[in-house]
Design a protein around this ligand. Structure first.
Ligand SMILES: Nc1ncnc2c1ncn2[C@@H]1O[C@H](COP(=O)(O)OP(=O)(O)OP(=O)(O)O)[C@@H](O)[C@H]1O
Ligand SMILES: Nc1ncnc2c1ncn2[C@@H]1O[C@H](COP(=O)(O)OP(=O)(O)OP(=O)(O)O)[C@@H](O)[C@H]1O
Ligand SMILES: [Mg+2]
Ligand SMILES: [Mg+2]
Lengths: 275, 275
């Protein structure tokens, strides 16, 4: 039975698709069979990455691991009950198609929808990326302005609790909810400390744990059009001869990027098993 | 008649709320009466900022300019036509309430909705923030993988065109669509050049112009809980005595942040008129 990793948050642009892409590629590099599901088919960042990767592999002749991919569009039915039945059916079909995978990585949109809630319900591990910003904290809870206490859980936290309760009532394991600080600055001190202290306070109240963070690095986005990640890069990026090879400084950021993704996999507890 | 500035994009987390906040405060500092409308009331970042600002002004005794604010919830009616009539009515009420303002700044969610489309229809100027990333370019157009040509406009570009057409057919001025590069890195070179070249290509095809960019600066987010921006900061931030005052290095980032916001207002062409 595949282990399902969902990347979700109602806050936009925190790095959901970027995280889903890097986890999927990292698991494939370890030799696992990986399925990917895009529940944000309108924007389709994950689907575009998978397409770019397949097309680049074909064009360049490079042997690249490819995930088995399914994108689920929102239903066009205007009557709510019919739309929900349509979405539930198509999502179930996708999980059935991917039943032979070791892992399934699911990307979700930065907004609330029935399809998105269904996706959260299937999460063995839920990863919620967060920027180091008070604007992002609001997706977890409303904080008292003096920042000393949680006034109320957010609508998103309530959504996760609700899906978790449904799993537990049905005798399934609870969601392992992991908050991932993303796009960490390399130098900022005070703001990071304040956010870190707030997250510690929230972790107990809201019921999540935190993973080691991921820094702001251009390598996490610059090879998107070729469907490549830092995990693919030790080899020469096609189109660059030895003379255009990166300076040592760049490869140290690549190495650090690879380590951050590996630390994330370890924090989720996925390193234990080999395929 | 108020001049309406809408900040929109279907791509999440590009800095829509951050941009709306800074434009609103900058216009208030110039002495204009400013209304703010939050069409993303579920997440409510702009509404939280306005609340935080009012509460901090009260608590600290500081005289801070405050906008006249309205948040518009999505309709709960399950039948589509009824929901749309409800949303259109409440949005019109909000514009009527703010009719005595010089400017109205509208923040929108990072997803498609009827309310969001209505908001775009009212835009005299539409500002679309964008991160310097190939993941963000997809919100404007699907690009041929070799990055040399536009394969198709995105669903969001088509949405803007559609709203623009409706305005023109009704004899109203077209939308002035401005793309704002946001969270610019301070050092990255190659990635920025590639994005910049792509945007130049897209500007003609899709029909927008670009404004000078805004850099990644912690000052754009660190005082959110007090409802303050870099534009408010030259005075001592309450709670910090002279001995804890910022080092000179921090104030140079504040000064640069203020300049970037002023450059943005100038690029929109708002500097011409005083209240
Ligand atoms: N660690 C990182 N370093 C550098 N850039 C990053 C990093 N993580 C994400 N980004 C960039 O931040 C932006 C947002 O990331 P992404 O699109 O993955 O977020 P998302 O949560 O999937 O957004 P949406 O809500 O639109 O689905 C993109 O431009 C992406 O390239
Ligand atoms: N120029 C900047 N410098 C530093 N941080 C920034 C800047 N602009 C935005 N941010 C941060 O980036 C994140 C996204 O910004 P913001 O929430 O304003 O985007 P948004 O487009 O409104 O997101 P959503 O799609 O969720 O509505 C926030 O954490 C914010 O603090
Ligand atoms: Mg995404
Ligand atoms: Mg926002």
């Amino acid at each position: 039975v595949p282990y399902i990793i969902v990347v979700g948050s109602e806050k936009g642009g925190t790095g959901k698709s970027t995280t889903a892409i890097h986890i999927a590629v990292a698991l494939m590099k370890l030799g696992f069979r990986v399925g990917t599901i895009d529940l944000d088919a309108r924007q389709g960042t994950l689907s575009a990455f998978v397409r770019n990767r397949a097309s680049y592999a074909e064009q360049s002749g490079r042997r690249l691991e490819l995930s088995k991919h399914r994108a689920i569009e929102r239903s066009k039915a205007s009557e709510r009950a019919a739309a929900e039945a349509d979405e539930a059916g198509r999502l179930q079909d996708a999980f059935d198609d991917l039943a032979d995978c070791h892992f399934i990585v699911v990307d979700t949109p930065g907004s609330d929808s029935y399809l998105c809630r269904l996706g959260h319900n299937r999460a063995d591990t839920l990863i919620t990326p967060l920027n180091d910003s008070f604007l992002d904290i609001g997706v977890l809870a409303q904080i008292n302005r003096e920042r000393r206490e949680v006034e109320a859980p957010s609508v998103y936290s309530q959504l996760v609790w609700e899906q978790n309760n449904q799993r537990v009532v049905a005798g399934r394991p609870p969601i392992d909810w992991v908050i991932l600080r993303n796009r960490l600055a390399h130098i900022e001190a005070r703001n990071m400390r304040e956010i870190s202290a707030l997250l510690d306070l929230l972790a107990k109240r809201i019921g999540f744990r935190t993973a080691p963070g991921i820094s702001e690095r251009v390598v996490f986005r610059e090879h998107f059009m070729k469907g490549l990640t830092a995990l693919d890069l030790p080899e020469q990026v096609a189109g660059q001869g030895p003379s255009q090879a990166r300076g040592p400084a760049e490869s140290s950021s690549h190495a650090a990027a690879r380590r951050e993704i590996q630390d994330l996999l370890a924090a989720i507890g996925l390193f234990a098993s080999e395929p």
